[in-house]
Write a protein that binds this ligand. Structure first.
Ligand SMILES: [Zn+2]
Length: 103
């Protein structure tokens, strides 16, 4: 079997499984079911919204489906928002606010 056929079958399997999830659960259950929410993100991608603006370059983001939290780092890369990074962002925001007030 060709590798491409394998992938097509795999995608078919995922689509079929998600369709079954949709038919057996109502909307509230989908919202409350973390696994199926992750599954929707896996299929359709995350629905990312901006939750906080730290600087013009650094923002915090969240997926409204699976609650995945992301942030920009100083190098401009998007990375997972860990507790440590949350603290760094908060410190940065505080620092910039003080700077603005002093000026
Ligand atoms: Zn998501």
């Amino acid at each position: 079997m060709l590798l491409i056929d394998y992938f097509v079958n795999l995608i078919d399997y995922f689509i079929l499984s998600s369709t079954q999830i949709y038919h057996t659960m109502n909307t509230i259950e989908i919202k409350e079911n973390f696994i199926s929410k992750k599954f929707i993100c896996l299929l359709f991608g995350h629905k990312i919204i901006t939750t906080r603006t730290i600087t013009s370059h650094i923002k915090e983001y969240k997926c409204t489906h699976c609650d995945l939290e992301l942030t920009d780092d100083v190098k401009g890369h998007t990375t997972f928002l860990t507790a440590e990074r949350k603290e760094i962002n908060q410190a940065l925001k505080d620092f910039l606010q003080k700077k603005t007030h002093a000026a």
